[in-house]
Ligand binder design. Structure first.
Ligand code: MN3
Length: 242
């Protein structure tokens, strides 16, 4: 059972607010999930915390969304508030043009803007269902890039296992083809001109409550909850940008 204090400690770890004492955090903590104030909003999960059980547990989903993602949004809003002009841009635009952002907030945008974009995409990519598979043009592109869908799964899982420390494995549409990429921290494929189609969060906060050090089991379980309809639609959209 994760106590509220443990959950709060996780936020403190995420945001680097280690100087705050537990007592201070408890006193300041809102009873409900925090609603970050500012231009960017924490999107709803879109399903129940336990919707992905047993593959991803409810407690992890609740803390991951309500605390970790919320903290990224809060910190992103802080950065945006101190750099006039950014509030008019979408998160995708900000990340794609990171070198143009004021130097003072660039790292915050990279970390917390990346965290917001990555997690927003992540929640939408998840769904429990039977026989979920890639569809349409995406299948052909996967066969071309990885020889087969099962081989993609193998290579993507290997990439997720090979991320050293905190980061993500990505299926990306870049330069007219699909690629599997490993990125550290909250870096997004958007930062280098790629279109993220599917990301797997392998930060320990994404799986440690249920799987502890067994990342391989989490990576395998993830295969059961990929919303391939959403990923296939992302690919179709990437093929014909507006
Ligand atoms: Mn995460």
């Amino acid at each position: 059972m994760i106590t509220r204090r443990t959950a709060l400690k996780n936020i403190a770890l995420t945001t680097g607010a280690l100087a705050l004492s537990g007592a201070t955090l408890s006193a300041q903590a809102p009873a409900a999930a925090p609603t970050p104030e500012g231009v960017f909003k924490l999107p709803p999960l879109g399903y129940d915390y336990d919707a992905l059980e047993p593959h991803i547990d409810a407690e992890t989903m609740k803390i991951h969304h309500d605390k970790h993602h919320a903290a990224y949004v809060s910190k992103l809003n802080e950065a945006v508030a101190s750099a006039p002009g950014l509030e008019k841009k979408s998160i995708e635009e900000i990340l794609a043009k990171l070198p143009e952002a004021p130097q003072a907030v660039r790292t915050a945008l990279q970390n917390h803007g990346g965290g917001h974009a990555n997690h927003s995409l992540f929640w939408q990519s998840l769904k429990k269902g039977e026989n979920q598979k890639p569809a349409g043009e995406l299948v052909k592109a996967m066969e071309k890039a990885f020889t087969s869908v099962p081989k993609f799964t193998e290579d993507f899982s290997a990439a997720a296992m090979a991320v050293f420390g905190s980061g993500w494995a990505w299926l990306v549409y870049r330069d007219g083809k699909l690629a599997i990429e490993k990125l550290p921290n909250q870096d997004s494929p958007l930062m280098t001109g790629g279109v993220p189609l599917l990301g797997l969060d392998v930060w320990e906060h994404a799986y440690y409550l249920k799987y502890q050090n067994r990342r391989a089991e989490y990576v395998k379980a993830f295969q059961n909850v990929i919303n391939w309809d959403v990923v296939s639609a992302r690919y179709a959209k990437a093929l014909k940008p507006a």
